[in-house]
Design a protein around this ligand. Structure first.
Ligand SMILES: [Zn+2]
Length: 205
């Protein structure tokens, strides 16, 4: 009950700042259940198939959804912002260097909200630790529960007047840190981290 209200309040707050929210499948017993009979997806995913059309700003519709159940709160990307997702220790370091809202899906998916409309810089393309979420994709937003813990803000948007970061700065810094990581003793930053199926269907740059 309390959890459902927290999720509803967060969804409402994002929408108040023109961030379209999408109800996500509910976490239950270590897997995610949506409302689709026979849905094979057990990882975090939208609760509705036509999720992009369902992306919500309307407070009444948000109230309806989250009165029904404790849906996750997903943010549709490519509207008010894009998201650069960087896995592993490079993501953690990047979070300390850039100015902009940053969320983390524990333990090691770091999500950087930045102004939209830029392509991935060449040094970042083809790097399995990096995903650019644009139109057609989404991210799980705080406080959505995952089996590994709740998504949380590292740098909250309200501390920055809800302004996404400068995309060129985020990407250049990410590229520099990824280059430096090649010299680190363990190459964990190069781990493959697949969880967001929708992102994998988004156009690859
Ligand atoms: Zn499903």
């Amino acid at each position: 009950m309390f959890q459902r209200l927290r999720l509803q309040r967060a969804a409402r707050r994002y929408a108040d700042h023109d961030w379209p929210v999408v109800p996500g499948a509910r976490l239950s017993g270590g897997r995610f259940d949506c409302d689709q009979i026979g849905c094979p997806t057990v990882t975090c995913h939208p609760a509705v198939p036509d999720w992009e059309r369902e992306a919500l700003l309307d407070p009444d519709r948000i109230a309806d959804w989250w009165q029904r159940a404790g849906y996750g709160v997903l943010l549709a990307t490519g509207h008010t912002f894009d998201v650069l997702e960087v896995a592993g220790p490079v993501g953690r370091r990047l979070a300390g260097e850039v100015r902009g809202p940053v969320a983390v899906a524990p333990p090691h998916r770091w999500m950087f909200l930045m102004r939209g409309g830029t392509d991935l810089l060449p040094p970042l393309t083809g790097n399995s630790a990096v995903v650019l979420h644009r139109a057609g994709s989404w991210i799980p937003a705080p406080p959505t529960p995952l089996p590994t813990g709740a998504v949380r803000w590292v740098t909250s948007p309200c501390s920055l007047d809800w302004e996404p970061a400068d995309p060129a700065t985020v990407q250049r810094t990410a590229a520099r840190l990824l280059r430096a990581a090649m010299r680190w003793p363990d190459h964990k930053s190069r781990q493959v981290w697949h969880v967001n199926r929708t992102a994998r269907r988004a156009p690859a740059e």
